[in-house]
Design a protein around this ligand. Structure first.
Ligand SMILES: Cc1cc2nc3c(=O)[nH]c(=O)nc-3n(C[C@H](O)[C@H](O)[C@H](O)COP(=O)(O)O)c2cc1C
Length: 181
């Protein structure tokens, strides 16, 4: 699949077929996601894949309060990936000081690029994904035993699409682009 087609046809997928996602599938996707650029090439993003149904269901049922949509997303998907980020690397100098006035901002920035790279890689291979930002981080960290000093930056549901969502309304170039002299 060409990059242009991949970018234009990716959609957030919330319904999945029963077809299993294997460990090899996730490895193949992450092997592409490692090409995501990062702050000073610190590569602080990590991926924790949940293929076990019982663990996945625990996350759906115990870590999503007040947002049934994500409970459904996680139950529907055969796999869930927690994108975690080692704290204190993106946006920092080696001595621990912030490099810019934006402080910790670059950690989420790196995670966002990683998430989109993961989703585009998955889409190019025929998988569907949805990035989820609504979850209780402490509970996810506890269940997945995320090491101290790593944050859960996003959850990503993963599987084979069982829906073809319409393209959401996008702003036009004229809406978002300006040129200055
Ligand atoms: C940072 C971020 C957080 C998101 N959180 C959720 C979420 O918690 N649940 C959900 O169903 N979709 C979530 N989405 C998916 C967006 O709703 C979706 O990307 C947007 O509606 C555009 O649709 P598209 O991805 O099909 O282009 C999130 C997307 C991003 C980038």
């Amino acid at each position: 699949m060409e990059a242009k087609e991949c970018i234009m046809t990716r959609r957030s997928i919330r319904k999945y077929t029963d077809q299993k996602v294997t460990q090899e599938d996730v490895e193949t996707i992450v092997n592409l996601a490692i090409y995501a650029p990062t702050w000073k090439n610190v590569q602080a993003n990590r991926y924790v894949a949940v293929l076990d149904e019982a663990t996945k269901n625990r996350i759906a049922d115990e870590c999503i309060e007040n947002f049934p949509g994500n409970n459904r997303n996680i139950h529907n998907a055969p796999a869930l990936v927690a994108l975690t980020t080692v704290d204190g690397r993106s946006g920092y100098e080696r001595d621990g000081s912030f490099s810019t006035s934006k402080g910790t901002h670059w950690q989420s920035f790196d995670a966002g690029i990683a998430a989109q790279t993961f989703c585009l890689a998955a889409h190019s291979l025929g998988f569907g994904t949805v990035i989820m930002g609504i979850y209780e981080e402490d509970k996810v960290s506890e269940i997945l035993q995320i090491p101290e000093g790593e944050s859960v930056s996003a959850l990503i549901a993963l599987g084979y699409p069982a829906e073809e969502p319409r393209e959401p309304k996008h702003k036009t170039v004229a809406d978002i682009l300006s040129f200055v002299d």
